[in-house]
Design a protein around this ligand. Sequence first.
Ligand code: SF4
Length: 225
Amino acid sequence: MFDDDELLPISALQHLIYCERQCVLIHAERTWIDNCQTARGDHFHKRVDVQEQESRGDRFIARSVSTVSRQLGITGIADVVEFHRAAVDRRGAHLRGREGRWCPYPVEYKVGRPKAHHADVVQLCAHALCLEEQLDVEVSEGALYYGSTRRRSVVRFDAALRRLTGDATRRLRSLLATRATPLAVFGNKCKGCSLLPACLPNADRSAIQYVARELQRLGSKKDPG
Ligand code: SF4
C-alpha cells in the first residue's frame, strides 16, 4: 500500500506510453510547453469540468471525480463518472445521499481522434481500477469520447488491459525513481509533441553524428607510427 506522498499522477501514465522521455521531462524535470494541441485540450476540458452534476433517470453523472488506488499508488481526476443504477442481480456501490446501489462507468474526454497507441485506454483503465478499490465494486466497462469524431468508443476492462495498466504503473515508478532521462529517439510521435522545442530530438542525433565524424576525422589524421 502506498502513502499519500508516494502516489503518482495517472496523467503520467499517458505520457509514459506516448514517450518515456516526455514523461520524465514533464514529471521529473518539470518541463512543460503549451502548444496548440494542449491549449485546445485545456479549453475542451474546461467546458467539460464546469458543467453541473446531473441526474438522468437511472443514471447519475458526476464530473471531475477524484480517484485513487493505494495498491497501485496512483491518483487522478476522472473527467466524468456515470453511475448507473445497479440491476437487482448486480453488485453496486452505496453513494452518500443517494438511495439504492450504483455501478460506476468512467468516461474520459479527448480533444482529438482515436489513436494507435494505448495511452488513452490505459488512463481510462487506471481510473476504473481506482474506482474499484474506492467503491469495492467491479468496473467492467467505460468509454472514451473524442471531440474530433464526436463519438464514444466503449472500452472493456479485460485482463489484458488491466495487466497493461499495472505494468505501466510499475514502469512509471521505476523510471521516475532512477532520475535518468531517456535519450531522445526522433519519430512520428515528435511531430505532435509540445516538448519538441525543449527536447530537440533531431539536434541530439546530429550532435552525436557530428562528434562521431570529428572523432573519425581526428583518428584518420593521426600518424600511423
Ligand atoms: S520530442 Fe519526441 S523524443 Fe522528445 S519528448 Fe517529444 S516525443 Fe519524446
